[in-house]
Design a binder for this molecule. Structure first.
Ligand code: GAL
Length: 423
């Protein structure tokens, strides 16, 4: 019998696939159905959080196996692009990580996620979650995702040794005092005292300055159309942001947040503004001698964001995915996940055993402080808006360094993306 070249190639492919399946099975249960969980939690404290959730899922969902759809890159900067391409090709992961708020609304409007109202009721989630958070997950009375946590964005992390070597022993409470300390640190020989990374990390810094300059209500209004971007207060904030950037590392645009964090750990910087996943990450990397303060001038404002998980439209394994979401929704799942991730549980009835002192404070602050949403992490801005702001910052930081040009681009983006019905 003669075999065509094509038939031989197909046969060889089959042998390879069969061998790979046999070899790849390892200690995995080959009869189990898989649930592909798509996140950007690839290393450090982020991966530790995901691993803790996976352990609970494995215990609570027999016959189901976790499949890791991770794409590395802080704030999902790469993952979001891969996800968009996969959804466009009708190749959805079973579930994916998405920020509660405006970012989730994009997926709901596009029909990419399924209604979970029935599950919410059977899991008792409506009672267990803060009312405002449930509102951010709801569109037209239907609820579309399960929040795993609440993170705080407006925190400055420090290397106390570097600061005390320069004679800085107290946390600044105003922006001018912070700028003075940065100058003092530079004069002491720390050339780039403020560790900074690429676009979205710069957006976090800018948002913190805007909170200081505008206060909570006016800051939130920037994203609903109630506060104009064309004001002297906004331009003063951008000028102060520009002064802060002057104290940062010149290679910032090439760095993700853990790379900037490395400058802090290595004593090449004294400060880094970052969300409170940084605490868990510093711990996971063995750097325990850190400290933190709320961004100077933010007072009792808690800038929040929440990671949530959805059931994708067309999910290959909806039953297994519901079990994953049930794990995320459970108080035990939230305890395990948040103890490792550094965030606080979205459920208000979650036991806090295993939480750090920082997290216990954050639980209290979340109850009492004034919440404002985050644009860099999707609670305030749609993805398209985030992309526009990130490119404006990238152009400012890499090319023109013009406060006026940056202000113009930010105001232009707001004009483009604030929904008509919010104006
Ligand atoms: C945020 C996410 C956090 C953390 C951070 C850094 O967008 O909500 O959980 O992962 O990015 O990657």
């Amino acid at each position: 019998m003669r075999y065509t070249r094509r038939a031989l190639a197909a046969f060889a492919g089959l042998v390879l696939l069969t061998t790979a399946a046999a070899c790849g099975s390892g200690d995995e249960d080959s009869s189990a159905a898989t649930v592909e969980v798509f996140t950007w939690w690839a290393e450090g404290g982020e991966k530790a959080g995901l691993d803790a959730l996976v352990s609970r899922f494995t215990a609570e969902c027999p016959g189901q196996q976790f499949s890791d759809g991770v794409v590395a890159g802080g704030a999902g900067i790469n993952a979001k692009q891969v996800l968009t391409a996969r959804l466009a090709q009708n190749d959805p992961p079973d579930t994916f990580q998405v920020h509660a708020g405006a970012e989730l609304t994009d997926f709901i409007d596009a029909g990419k996620v399924q209604d979970l109202t029935t599950e919410y009721d059977s899991w008792g989630l409506r009672q267990a979650l803060p009312e405002g958070l449930v509102e951010d997950l709801t569109v037209n009375g239907e609820i579309y995702s399960v929040p795993a946590n609440v993170h705080r964005a407006n925190v400055v992390w420090t290397n106390p040794q570097v600061l005390s070597d320069a004679g800085i022993n107290t946390a600044p409470t105003t922006l001018p005092a912070f700028l003075r300390d940065l100058e003092k640190l530079r004069k002491s020989g720390v050339e780039s005292p403020l560790a900074l990374g690429r676009d979205w990390t710069q957006l976090m810094l800018l948002e913190a300055v805007l909170i200081t300059k505008l206060g909570a209500d006016k800051f939130s209004g920037l994203f609903t159309g109630e506060t104009s971007w064309n004001s002297t207060a906004v331009s003063a904030a951008i000028t102060d942001f520009d002064k802060l950037v002057d104290y940062s590392n010149a290679d910032r645009d090439a760095l993700d947040w853990p790379d900037a964090e490395r400058l802090l750990i290595d004593g090449k910087a004294g400060y880094q503004l970052m969300g409170d996943w940084e605490a868990a990450d510093l711990e996971a990397k063995g750097f325990k001698a850190y400290d933190h303060f709320t961004f100077p001038g933010n007072g009792k404002v808690f800038q929040w964001l929440a990671d949530s998980f959805v059931l994708s439209t067309g999910a290959p394994n909806p039953e297994g995915t519901r079990c994953w979401l049930g794990t995320v929704a459970s108080a035990a799942g939230q305890q395990a996940f948040n103890a490792a991730k550094g965030s606080i549980p979205a459920r208000t009835d979650t036991p806090t055993e295993g939480f750090s002192d920082y997290q216990l404070d954050a639980v209290e602050d979340w109850r009492t402080a004034t919440p404002v949403p985050s644009c860099a992490h999707g609670s305030a801005c749609s993805q398209a808006w985030q992309n526009a702001v990130n490119s404006a910052l990238s152009a400012y930081s890499t090319t023109h360094h013009s406060v006026t040009a940056l202000h113009k681009s930010l105001a232009g983006a707001a004009k483009q993306f604030i929904k008509q019905d919010q104006n």
